[in-house]
Design a protein around this ligand. Sequence first.
Ligand code: DNO
Length: 362
Amino acid sequence: MEMTLRYYGKKYDTVTLEQIRQIPGVTGVITTLYDKQAGELWTQEEIHALKEEVEASGLHISGIESVNISDAIKVGTPEREEHIANYIATLENLGKEDIHLVCYNFMPVFDWTRTELARVRPDGSTVLAYSQAAVDAIDPAKMFEKLSADANGTVMPGWEPERMAHVKELFEMYADIDEEKLFANLVYFLEKIMPVCNRYDIKMAIHPDDPAWSVFGLPRIIIDKEHILRMMRAVDDVHNGVTFCSGSYGTNLENDLPEMIRALKGRIHFAHVRNLKFNSRDDFEESAHLSSDGTFDMYEIMRALYETGFDGPIRPDHGRMIWGEKAMPGYGLYDRALGATYLNGLWEAIDKAAHRGAPVMP
Ligand code: DNO
């Protein structure tokens, strides 16, 4: 396991590589070329420059989150062939730069969905939150306007203003797409990219749908154990893998997170580990990482990762906004640093307990 932090690049992030470098135990970043549109080619020079920037701070790139998938690929329009060709060339360029992990998602229109970016908790911290009642009451086209006021002037992943300006057309594109068609388009895409993934040993790690059910009537296919195992079987190659995001799968309380981790042994290439606090089944907020602050047993999640031999990067996920910080909601420095430290502490304890009884070296 390697502890990492997400980094959006110096043009977009309020957190610097120098700050990340000072979080104990964090050795890598998960980053991206945030300016790139889905479907566009990433050149080797651009990737190389990003790598140099990260390495100059004493860190390294542990993976890319995300190389986004265009709506043409998700919907299956004729334009998808060109986008897939660009994706393959991008993977090849990443491989040449010795980058072997790519996180992506296959969610229609929106990436993740939250209804509040700054819900105030009793301790005065603010967090991202979701209420089904609020989703049901709002026109999706208005959602972005409502949220953007709380984004602290940052560009939120999946909610880029250029995309949000076309929400209506995006919904029209998906009018005929049901779960089966979306799944078939995902398999089509994966089959096309597996040869390059094999050639360069690039592990693809699909991010679950968040929340893990249909929102605004759009299909969702990466939501629970059955769906994700179906996808693993459909393209049965170790390079077709998973980002295990506890906060996304965990939105559905029916999902037994440690059990899912065990069922996906060998196919989890990346983990986002965070906690949620449920106020009711369909109203939750993103708590601190600590088990006692939320609903999940973080020890059991980390133990399942440990016991299944997980050796990829983990990152603490969305943090609360604390200590007066102004940053991209979910992506400030302070609470994610606390999260990384807590997760490292759990891992150390699990590791030491596993070795208890082994002879002590003189
Ligand atoms: C939200 C993130 C997602 C994730 C993408 C992966 O904060 O976890 O935006 O990066 O779904 O493509």
